[in-house]
Design a binder for this molecule. Structure first.
Ligand code: SF4
Length: 314
């Protein structure tokens, strides 16, 4: 699979008073064509900021972005943006309550100016059925729908301009558990039908286990592990990934995967020296307090981790 979207050494910094907040810190990552890549981490890990960078909603402070191998700049971003859409967490806040569903779904096409009124109406009718809602939903308003139905409408809207990549930022976390699996299954079906790639942002590893090909783990804005889903679940190489997995309940599990994570994430305004995870890491040694571990390939399996002892943990 070739790369659809790639980030090279991307950082996002914000000025907070006199201090610099590094929300994303030198992240390099690629999303392949047709792939679902999960971006996981606790609240405050920088995953939504990174998702906004990919969706073109946040300009990186440093680093480069490329779409289909072409470096993105002022001239090429507008073209790439048409191929990248975003679905947000909150299906209640994301849809304009004054617009009928038909206009909500067709709005990206109206803004792009790539379809006339009849074409927009036809596309909305086609998509409402694809997301499993009746055609008469097109004439109704967002408040007439449940959370799960609104998220279906938001997905139909994202599909309207025929994107190649959808950034889904915690798309299930506002929904009941019973509805989550329906929306997940819908996303899987749509991926096959539309040859989509997904960047699926989630704090919940149990959810991503059902959908994704690879997992990228962020901690305090840094990429600490990336690897194929099955291998990463079977043998997490970074102690932070291990701790995240320990909090995922497993049916019929005989033993725990390890200790769940303890303590609070440090402030990104004052990240710890050395390995940023060392204040919470049960395996921390002296070197961890002074030397930053770089993301490097694992010896025993596919994947990379940023830990001085990555091959001993996996
Ligand atoms: Fe823990 Fe050290 Fe690895 Fe950081 S580098 S995750 S502190 S063992």
């Amino acid at each position: 699979m070739s790369d659809l979207f790639s980030l090279d050494n991307v950082s996002v910094q914000f000025k907070v008073g006199r201090k610099i907040l590094r929300a994303v810190d030198r992240v390099s990552l690629a999303i392949a064509e047709g792939e679902t890549l999960a971006l996981v981490g606790e609240s405050g890990s920088g995953k939504s900021t990174l998702g906004n960078v990919v969706a073109g909603l946040q300009v990186p402070t440093e680093g480069t972005l490329a779409f289909k191998g072409r470096k993105l700049d002022r001239a090429s971003w507008p073209v790439a943006r048409r191929a990248i859409q975003i679905v947000f967490q909150d299906p209640f806040g994301a849809l304009d309550p004054r617009m009928p569903v038909s206009d909500i779904i067709a709005e990206p096409l109206r803004i792009q100016g790539t379809a006339n009124a009849a074409e927009r109406a036809a596309r909305a009718a086609e998509l409402i059925e694809q997301v499993g809602l009746p055609v008469d939903a097109l004439n109704r308003y967002p408040h007439e729908f449940s959370g799960g139905q609104r998220q279906r409408i938001a997905i139909a809207r994202a599909l309207a301009p025929r994107p190649q990549l959808i950034v889904a930022d915690e798309p299930l976390s506002a929904l009941d558990v019973s509805i989550q699996s329906q929306v997940l299954n819908l996303m899987k079906d749509l991926q096959a039908a539309h040859s989509l790639s997904y960047l699926f942002i989630s704090h919940d590893l149990a959810v991503v286990n059902h959908l994704v090909d690879r997992i990228a783990v962020l901690y305090l804005g840094r990429l600490v592990e990336v690897g194929p889903r099955a291998e990463l679940f079977a043998g997490p190489a970074h102690p932070y990934t291990r701790a995240l997995l320990a909090s995922v309940p497993r049916i019929g599990a005989r033993r725990s995967r390890g200790r769940a994570i303890v303590g609070e994430m440090p402030s990104p305004l004052a990240p710890p020296p050395g390995c940023v995870f060392h204040p919470r890491c049960p395996l921390a040694q002296d070197i961890c307090r002074t030397e930053v571990p770089m993301l490097a390939p694992l010896a025993a399996r596919a994947g990379e981790a940023a830990c001085h002892f990555r091959d001993q943990v996996a």
